[in-house]
Design a protein around this ligand. Structure first.
Ligand code: NAD
Length: 479
């Protein structure tokens, strides 16, 4: 049983023992066991609509600092899991936080949006805003949540948009709430962008670098200060207008994506020029005008945010008659980069992959998460499944997610199983576990080609042991 499953089971046992009865009443109805939610008459400080990576971490964090929070979702499977003490997402520390705060009765989960909204002082919208078919952010979940809030607006509330939304969404949401609410509805609409990173989401929530609150209502700011308590004192609090807050979120994500795309192109130059990118970025990081973050070369940026947010900002710029030349080339450059590992593979092994075994290590878009949205591994697998190669894949937590996308891949239960009998290994995610390859590779009967796109292995050492190796931006160390 892997660590994740073990932990989930343990949490489930402790959770059911100590807190299930407090949230649910067990009744016998015609021999059917039925759970009756009796907590919905309570008053909550905050209700969070959307219990995904952002909503769940936010809700649990706000409960941890002493608020009574209810997290809501239209996905009843997610809510069932959570009410059984199991997190539907992999995020380090999240199950402990959920367990602690459900046990102390600060945190609840429900599908009953109407009652929960009515009984809450602050309502946070944290639903998904995925890329739509036209490249713009799909705001249908935001609008649907806004309508539900409007219909259930029974007293003054602070309504916050946590989701990443284009400039002007706050006005549309305000109108939807006004149009659907009973007469004289009273609320303030706050744009409250989120800056957490998956994999370190809990740390990020408790240690913000800054907080952005977009509103012109002093009343709303004061209520939020009482909810966020020390989190608002720990870091600069920027109170700005709604559209400024909306713009800040896209600006930051797009700038970071641009930084990554730039370093990736530079790494490709280093490969061809016989220079080591890591020595170049080490010096760049010392320049305070540049900073050390997001200077790591790799197989292209992915995840649920950067690609869709850059694409959405391109569309926003076009709507405002600005030619998004830089951002368009960032997207082009990233598409190219996502296939660079395959180019290196074909160069080393040939185009014909028939009867070849190729192992992909790492399926999540980054380590510390099971999120595979836009992961570079997905692009690589998409091309490999069209070949006649035997494809093996391993990831400590994201196999169930990738299995739903590519069923023909041979998913392995361990790193050892994944690398045995392989012709080539491509490392696509920087899981710490993969550094064990230094011990495992020398024991193999057949020496695979190794393409380390995340720069986690000592390539010179492996080369000395007779392995053919390649990397991104450090090829001079491989030849
Ligand atoms: P997610 O897809 O993990 O979760 C969204 C949840 O909302 C899902 O569980 C879905 O079932 C639920 N939902 C959809 N419509 C609903 C409705 N009408 N009522 C109730 N629940 C509903 O998304 P996420 O990754 O948590 O992202 C949420 C938002 O935050 C997005 O706008 C994203 O861009 C932004 N954001 C994400 C991150 C991140 O790292 N994931 C970081 C910062 C900002």
């Amino acid at each position: 049983m892997n660590q994740y499953l073990k932990k989930s089971l343990l949490s489930f046992i402790i959770f059911t023992t100590f807190s299930y009865e407090s949230a649910y009443q067990l009744s016998d109805n015609n021999n059917n066991i039925e759970f009756v939610d009796k907590e919905l008459s309570k008053n909550y400080d905050v209700c969070v609509i959307g219990t995904g990576y952002v909503g769940l971490v936010l809700g649990s964090g706000l409960a941890e600092i002493g608020n009574k929070v209810i997290c809501l979702d239209i996905d009843s499977n997610k809510i069932d899991l959570l009410n059984n003490g199991v997190s539907p997402i992999f995020e380090p520390g999240i199950e402990d936080l959920i367990l602690k705060n459900t046990t102390s009765r600060n945190l609840y989960f429900s599908c009953n949006l109407a009652d929960s909204i009515k009984n809450s002082q602050v309502v946070v919208i944290a639903v998904g805003t995925p890329q739509g078919p036209d490249g713009k952010a799909d705001l249908s979940a935001i609008y649907s949540a806004a309508e539900t809030i409007g219909k259930n607006l029974n007293s003054y509330k602070v309504i916050c948009i946590k989701s990443t939304v284009p400039i002007g969404t706050w006005q549309k949401v305000t109108k939807i709430i006004r149009d659907s609410c009973p007469e004289n509805c009273d609320f303030d609409l706050v744009s409250l962008p989120e800056f957490l990173r998956e994999g370190t989401a809990i740390y990020d929530s408790f240690n913000p670098s800054y907080n952005v609150v977009g509103t012109n209502s002093e009343k709303a700011v004061n209520i939020l200060k009482s909810i966020f308590k020390d989190l608002f004192n720990k870091a600069p609090l920027l109170i700005v207008s709604n559209p400024t807050a909306e713009t800040i979120k896209y600006s930051i994500n797009s700038f970071l994506a641009t930084k990554i795309a730039f370093i990736n192109e530079l790494a490709n130059l280093c490969d061809n020029a016989g220079v080591d990118i890591s020595e170049v970025t080490k010096c760049m990081a010392l320049d305070h005008r540049i900073g050390k973050e997001y200077l790591k070369q790799g197989p292209g940026f992915g995840g649920s945010c950067f690609p869709k947010d850059v694409q959405a900002l391109i569309k926003i710029m076009e709507e405002y008659n600005v030619e998004p030349k830089i951002l368009k080339s960032v997207m082009d450059s990233n598409e190219y980069q996502k296939r660079i590992a395959l180019k290196k593979l074909y160069h080393l092994i040939g185009q014909d992959l028939k009867n070849k075994t190729i192992t992909i290590l790492g399926l999540a878009f980054k380590s510390g998460t099971n999120d595979i949205r836009n992961s570079p591994a997905k692009d690589i697998l998409e091309e490999l499944v069209k070949s006649e190669a035997n494809i093996k894949a391993y990831d400590p937590v994201a196999i169930p997610e990738m299995r739903r996308v590519f069923s023909k891949v041979n998913y392995c239960n361990s790193l050892e199983e994944a690398i045995s009998n392989s012709d080539a290994i491509i490392i696509v995610t920087e899981w710490k576990e993969f550094t064990e390859l230094h011990d495992l590779l020398p024991k193999l009967d057949k020496k695979p080609i190794i393409i380390d796109t995340k720069d986690i292995l000592n390539l010179e050492h492996l080369k000395e042991q007779g392995f053919i190796v390649d990397s991104i931006g450090r090829s001079c160390k491989c030849k």
